[in-house]
Design a protein around this ligand. Structure first.
Ligand code: NAD
Length: 359
């Protein structure tokens, strides 16, 4: 057994079907009385229903949350926070809405209830990425970790099939990288393996039968575990590549994760054999890189970066940016290998785990 350090994150999780009905008591538990409900414009109706449900504990709505937490949106929300005198936020939505709740918490210390409706996992992390003038900066501080997370399986039934698959594989990516993280530990590795397995068995069922509540519960459970992995240990090459492709080429978040993951795993395979056998076991396959690619295909997700907006001419610049300040990675990050990885991901070639490279 390798020595390790384990930091438990202080958050309360309420999980089940119909758990949204417990929102008012959870707000009371936080000692709050005037909640601001946050959402994207697309989830305005859902947010309005939550506000109505809250009755006198609902202070108002702010439904302008946007991808990558733009600072100008947060500043508009801050004016509403001050005008209404709110004492907590309730974020209902995916990573974009939960990011806004975190940005408000950073500026005010207000407690947060997060109600995730995707599998992205932001609700379980002390990480906030904010965008100012097109530049994204990320920070890690416990001040942004939501105090309470309500996972309600019913709310994920409306997540479109396409988004369910890509968002679920986005979650798997957190667990995959947790298994070979430099600061990995046995507890998080258990969660990672279980999280991958729960999503790998439920996502194909959801693709065929989106209203299957049992599969939806399994997927949300997996997403919780994978989000905990993301919040607890460091991420490596895969997340660096996705941040580069999202930040500099404006590629969509969950789709990018889905396409890149099998290729990042193929690249890292020779340097992380124990992680690879755990990923393979969780997926129920021999080669984890090929298994992740096949899972993406089974849920009808895109498999080629050229299909979501990357141009062949972008590969050189993406390689240069991704290798400039690499995150720690089990295998050395070298330009030729990354160029090959991105070229394969560009056209959607089915990867096979590489062999023989040095860690
Ligand atoms: P998202 O929050 O941007 O949601 C995408 C769209 O789907 C939005 O229009 C949203 O309103 C809609 N939507 C969400 N749930 C729905 C549902 N159940 N039914 C119908 N529509 C629904 O997407 P995301 O992938 O959850 O989050 C991506 C963002 O979160 C990125 O900015 C990413 O950087 C960030 N993120 C941050 C962390 C972190 O730890 N800080 C972790 C993961 C993701």
């Amino acid at each position: 057994m390798q020595p390790f350090v384990y930091d438990g994150l202080p958050s309360r999780v309420v999980f089940g079907q119909g758990t949204l009905s417990r929102l008012a008591e959870e707000i009371e538990r936080l000692g709050s009385r005037r909640a601001l409900v946050l959402a994207t414009p697309q989830q305005q109706e859902q947010a309005r229903a939550v506000l109505e449900q809250l009755g006198e504990r609902g202070a108002g709505l702010f439904t302008e949350a946007a991808m990558h937490t733009p600072v100008e949106v947060t500043e508009r929300a801050m004016r509403v926070v001050e005008e209404l005198g709110v004492d907590c936020t309730v974020a209902i939505g995916g990573g974009s809405t939960i990011g806004l709740g975190k940005a408000i918490a950073l500026r005010t210390g207000l407690p947060q209830v997060a109600i995730p409706t995707t599998y992205a996992g932001s609700e379980m992390t002390p990480i906030l990425g904010e965008t100012r003038d097109g530049l994204k900066t990320t920070q890690r501080t416990l001040e942004v970790l939501p105090e309470t997370v309500i996972y309600d399986v019913d709310l994920t039934l409306s997540l479109p099939v396409g988004m369910s698959g890509t968002s679920g594989i986005n979650a798997i990516a957190h667990a995959v990288e947790a298994l070979y993280a430099r600061d990995r530990n046995p507890v998080i590795s258990l969660m990672a393996e279980e999280g991958i397995a729960a999503l790998a068995r439920s996502l194909p069922v959801i693709a065929a039968d989106p209203g299957n509540a049992e599969a939806r519960a399994d997927a949300l459970y997996g997403a919780w575990l994978c989000g905990t992995c993301l919040g607890s240990v460091g991420m490596s090459l895969h997340h660096k590549l996705c941040h580069t492709l999202g930040g500099s080429f404006d590629l969509p978040h969950a789709e990018t994760h889905t396409i890149v993951l099998p290729h990042a795993v193929a690249y890292n395979a020779p340097a992380a054999p124990e992680a690879m056998s755990r990923i393979a076991r969780a997926l129920g396959c021999e080669d984890p890189a090929a298994g992740l690619f096949d899972l993406a295909r089974a849920v009808g997700a895109p498999t080629a970066l050229e299909d979501i907006g990357l141009k062949p001419g972008d590969v050189d610049r993406a390689t240069e940016i991704a290798t400039r300040n690499p995150y720690w990675n089990p295998r050395e990050v070298e330009a030729e290998g990354i160029h090959r990885l991105l070229s394969h991901a560009l056209v959607g070639r089915r990867p096979v785990s590489e062999e023989g490279a040095q860690s």
